[in-house]
Design a protein around this ligand. Sequence first.
Ligand SMILES: *[C@@H]1O[C@H](CO)[C@@H](O)[C@H](O)[C@H]1NC(C)=O
Ligand SMILES: *[C@@H]1O[C@H](CO)[C@@H](O)[C@H](O)[C@H]1NC(C)=O
Ligand SMILES: *[C@@H]1O[C@H](CO)[C@@H](O)[C@H](O)[C@H]1NC(C)=O
Length: 547
Amino acid sequence: MPSLSNVIALGLLGVGLSVVGQLALLYKESLKYAKPPDTPAPFVCPSLDEVAALNRFRGLIAFPSVSNASREDHVNDQQVFRDMVSYLERSYPLVWERLQVEKVGLNGLSLLITWPGSRPELPPVLFVSHYDVVPVTHGSESGSESGSEEQWIHPPFSGDLADGYVWGRGSADIKFSVAALLQAATQLLQGGQQQQQGEGAGEGEGAGEGEGAFSFAPERTILFAFGHDEELGGWHGANATAALLLSRGVDQLDLVVDEGGAVLVDGMRPFTRTPVAMVGLAEKGYATLTVTLRSPGGHSSMPPTDGSDLLSQIWRLTTALKLMPTPARLQPPVSDMLVHMAPYTPPWMRVLLVAAGRPGLLNRLLAELLHRLGGREVGSLVAPTLALTRLTGGVADNVLPQRGVMGFNARLRRAAAMAGVKAEVALSGQDLMWPASRVTPADGRHFRLMRQAIQETWQQLQEGQPGPPAVAPFLVMGGTDSKHYAALSRGGVLRFVPYALNKSAGDLGRIHATNERIRADSFPRAVCTYARLMQLLAGPGAGPYGQ
Ligand SMILES: *[C@@H]1O[C@H](CO)[C@@H](O)[C@H](O)[C@H]1NC(C)=O
Ligand SMILES: *[C@@H]1O[C@H](CO)[C@@H](O)[C@H](O)[C@H]1NC(C)=O
Ligand SMILES: *[C@@H]1O[C@H](CO)[C@@H](O)[C@H](O)[C@H]1NC(C)=O
């Protein structure tokens, strides 16, 4: 009869051999990722009057188009939005002349622009952005994390150009892409016009005069949807625009392109220092919950001993929540992200990242490791999160409160309820809950074309760094307007804005906060990327979905 120690030794040997076997397989697999995929040749961007183009973008920042949750219509001042749309019309006249521009959404404050393709049987591609911005807090509200107006180096609605950056609220989130998309459309329209007339054309103060042009006429219809309340969930803008499209029978878009990712010029640590363009393939769902706790009250010198006091209730609730398992998982698109980054990492890490792409013990271990050691950004990519956002109750120091309110924000990969707690739980606020999105495939035609457009137009990011950035999928934490259009899209949603963010320089932390800014040299690049993307997605040869 085998002794216990022999059995244990054999068992360990078996586990050891299987781990070694798995590692050997992974090592072999990782050799396939030793070299970055071939990058396309640089695309020659047509000449652009960069100063004039940048100034049109800067002018857009000067409109304080602030969304306001306290107002039923979601905007602080409708007139500001109307003036801003007139400004866009003056700045990009070719778009207004040649394309169908509609004022849509509540009070007509959002825009839907239709550029009909020559083959109406092809499903359209939709570019989504928004021109509302979050408020700037004033000194009286200081203590607020979003900083106060006095702390801005350049006034928040100045659009100042300094130190290589355009400064202001909305520069990075996300008037940048509204201006770049309209400028790109202008370049493309000019191309078509020059083809027809054999000469440059365009009149007036806006874009279009004597600037370089592509030669382009879309086969697939291109749509642009600019929302006016994305910061408050898009319920009056994008939701109404999506409903309008649906009512016209546009329920089979080829693709939606929205905000979400950017080019991280200092890479994605701890994985790589190579610049990487992050293209969001999915977004997390969320739920905003209000938990109301009730208690008998009374004098604070005699709190109840049966656990009905607020302190005990909060203790039970928070303990239950903290003990709730938050299983870390590596699944698409986060696993795709790691695999795509593998060629840019050292060989030992490559083996681990390749493990992310296949189910197995190592995959589970890696997920746990990233959750525990990856920091808040990486940690939130691999597991659902739950944050306490509000905590109120009580009126005096010697009175037991009869009511306490706790607010939670949960970000989930799947729609789920907060279980196991006996309390009054209500979804709170207007923008209550949204399920996690579908995942756009990382190996499909759309992701491939997006990578091509990025790599063709983002060569030579900086001195001494040859070649374009890596392109990797990722999971967007927040919810954007595209959630309203996702159900209409057969090809899913790609979430990416072609601008450079430098994490070490704190560019990310400035979004929704003080001293928001964006690199000025990203703007002409983005115009080129968007124009190229429109060409690839809607130009001749861009066949129906799936081809
Ligand atoms: C939002 O609207 C409310 C109510 O009209 C107003 O009191 C508040 O000042 C507005 N917020 C901002 C940032 O202007
Ligand atoms: C608009 O919002 C309503 C909920 O208010 C939702 O039922 C509907 O599906 C949304 N429409 C679209 C097109 O997203
Ligand atoms: C990013 O910012 C850091 C800190 O300001 C700087 O040292 C670095 O050169 C920047 N990287 C790029 C690629 O601009």
